[in-house]
Design a protein around this ligand. Sequence first.
Ligand code: 6PG
Length: 504
Amino acid sequence: MAPKKAQVGVVGLGVMGKNISLNLADHGYHTAVYNRTPHVTDEFLDYCRQYEPAWQFVTGFHDLESFIQGIEKPRRILLLIKAGQPTDLTIESLLAFLDPGDVIVDCGNAYWLDTIRRERELRQRNIDFIGSGVSGGETGARFGPSLMAGGTLEAWQKIESIWMSIAAKVDPVTGEPIEGAEPGKPITWGEPCAARVGENGAGHYVKMVHNGIEYIDMQLIAECYWLLKHLLKLPENEIGQLFASWNQGELASYLIEITADILQQPDPHGEGFLVEKILDVAGQKGTGKWTAISALDLGVPANSLAEAVFARYMSGLKQERLQANKIFPDTHTELPSNKSIFQEQIKTTLYNAKICAYAQGFQLLRQAQEAFGWHFDFATLAKIWRGGCIIRARFLKKIASAYEADPELANLLLDPYFSAVIQSGHTAWRQVTASAVLNGQPIPALSSALAYFDGYRSATLPANLIQAQRDYFGAHTYERIDQSRGRHYHLDWSGDRQERQVVE
Ligand code: 6PG
């Protein structure tokens, strides 16, 4: 028999809200659900009664007041609604009925500065607020997402047990995600992919960087597919099989797994493969762009993050690309001669570039924690991304180990394992990049990751000339390599060409 009050409430019955509610119910949480449009609630309850073993754990409400009165105190209310203004409006309407000590958990892809503001405003009204990243899409929400929470310790303690229950789990021995959950049969063992990653907006920031890495990873995979198709002339299903074989090794990841499956899907409406018939214009909801903007704001050279976003914008210029292609048709100078060597080189390239993608993401997180006063445990971040989320990948174990060995590691490229991988792989990466460039194939993510690696490993860069140019036209001064840092000089370029130290 259902208790008088629910243990948790869910506002918003879109795809994510429904699936989180079912996940909660499967784990034995009595869940109150509310949707602004009542018939959505009714339809969901009908569905639950018909198909869900844990249907008795879900109770629906048509008005906000009875929904809130139906939840035990301190109330735990999860918001699964559109980020932005709808979140503010919903919080405002909830406030009329909440009591001090209740906690609101925003599970959307919120902008982290909004989360910082909301947390501050609600704290003043004695309401706790957690901004939690939830990754894994529909299936993740249903059977175990990766959960990245940000908020005070006190607020976290109110939801910790729920977050640990409903999160994806990884096998503590192998570090691999535990699969096989079904309706009514959730996974109840293993290490949960959930953590409190920091205060206020930290959870949403971490989720945003997760999405930024997701953008790069997707773009890298897409570029490898493209090279296999255009330089080796492999058909989609063969590329799919190749990806499936890569998924058995160090590249094993959710994105490689789904790519292998996607590429082998025939077009249900005709000859060939579905992917060939999908319009080459990529959409986006904005989290990748936020990540790239944040990298620019914080001075982090996350070039592949930006390139992955730009690549989607470039895809959007479909009409112009068609026009330009008439003027600059495809040219193939020299296709790779040895198919199996080139395939192996692309595999190596993908792994190397992927390491640089994560290096950029973690470098951004490192900078962000300074800027926003957080203290990330990078090993924990890598661990909670091992299961449930879109970027889950076998090699996250290696990232966790790198940060466990050195929590202050400045960059993944400095870790012994990752540096050894790139030492042995970068020649292949250069060959693939050169081949793509010579054959006119755009590979912004693969090549920008290589530029990142080469920039990062360069003891000297031509920034000396930039400084001289800046000094030439704007008297912006420069430092000298033969003097201590912090001493600034200006040369009178248009006058006597004498150098003087500038004291500010
Ligand atoms: C996740 C995804 C999820 C969503 C992205 C898609 O972690 O579950 O990242 O948040 O699929 O927002 O983003 P784009 O529409 O911008 O590609």
